[in-house]
Unconditional design. Structure first.
Length: 321
């Protein structure tokens, strides 16, 4: 099934004067990443809640979830066309690729973490922990050692819109799964609603969004022995809104999807490693998640409510994120 793509230009249809005023430098450290002749583009639209973008460089395509419509979409970079990749998707939310190029997905409705094998078959990686069902896995990253780290805040079963309403059986947690050993461990259990997560470029730090705390925060942890997290502390306060998905670039800056703060806030907030907000990308919708892609991993893709946006930047995403 093919879906008519949105215009590759700005959503209003008029040319954008360079540099794009939607890309704001708040600190001189962000200036090198802003391209003077690149604008935010709406590349696809018409969804209910876009989430979980993941780039497939070998296929030059972007996959993402349209959660309430219970499907996953695929955008081809060469043609700009959008088609249905998987329907039903079990109300899938976040996605990533493992180090073998396989798709790893968080499914709300089946309350499980899955892997799509290279032949298209689906393997259930985890659906229970200590004898109880997972709540509704949300976002996921794969570490260089092959372990899979994912969040399970339970959003997908709180209402019927993004799955089926059900009782939480486990505390909202961050898990580390070793798919080779078949072992899982809840590594963080004291957050209200752990949401997006990512590693620093050297994987010595783990960032986790807590979208249920007051105020909404992004937390930072030291990674010990490659398998545990210690010294949890607040990295940034996201007031007046919140964050969702996050990714690091190769220089250690954190790019955070942002929403709930209205005009002048919603879009993407960029933070230096010391927690200073150095830049922002303003969008006309709440941004739920993002990823880096393109041939040079220098194109930022943003899943924002009803649309997918893209922006070329002079930053590169961390490989494997």
């Amino acid at each position: 099934m093919e879906i008519t793509p949105a215009s590759s230009g700005r959503w209003e249809g008029a040319p954008i004067r360079y540099p794009d005023s939607a890309v704001r430098v708040l600190d001189p450290r962000f200036a090198p990443y802003r391209l003077a002749n690149a604008a935010v583009e709406r590349i696809a639209s018409g969804y209910r809640w876009a989430e979980g973008p993941v780039w497939f460089g070998d296929l030059r395509c972007l996959l993402w979830s349209d959660i309430p419509n219970n499907r996953m979409l695929r955008w081809l970079e060469e043609t700009g066309t959008v088609s249905v990749f998987r329907s039903p998707s079990h109300y899938a939310n976040g996605h990533t690729r493992d180090r073998q190029g396989r798709l790893v997905s968080c499914e709300h409705d089946t309350r499980r973490l899955t892997r799509t094998e290279l032949d298209g078959t689906i393997t259930i990686l985890l659906d229970r922990y200590q004898g109880r069902r997972l709540n509704a896995p949300n976002d996921v990253v794969v570490k260089s050692d092959g372990t899979i780290w994912f969040t399970d805040p339970g959003y997908g079963i709180l209402v019927n819109y993004e799955g089926h309403r059900a009782a939480l059986e486990l505390p909202p947690s961050v898990y580390r799964l070793d798919p080779e050993a078949g072992t899982a461990l809840a590594v963080i259990t004291d957050l209200e609603r752990p949401n997006g997560l990512c590693f620093s470029p050297d994987e010595s730090l783990l960032y986790v969004v807590d979208s249920g705390s007051t105020p909404r925060t992004i937390r930072l942890y030291d990674v010990a022995d490659g398998a545990r997290v210690i010294h949890g502390r607040r990295f940034v306060d996201m007031h007046p809104g919140s964050s969702d998905g996050i990714r690091c670039d190769v220089d250690g800056n954190l790019w955070a999807a942002a929403g709930g703060g209205g005009d002048g806030f919603d879009g993407v907030q960029v933070f230096a490693a010391d927690g200073t907000r150095i830049g922002q990308i303003l969008l006309p919708e709440k941004c739920a998640n993002l990823c880096f892609g393109g041939v040079k991993r220098n194109r930022l893709f943003m899943a924002a409510s009803q649309s997918i946006y893209a922006l070329y930047v002079e930053a590169q995403g961390v490989s494997g994120a």
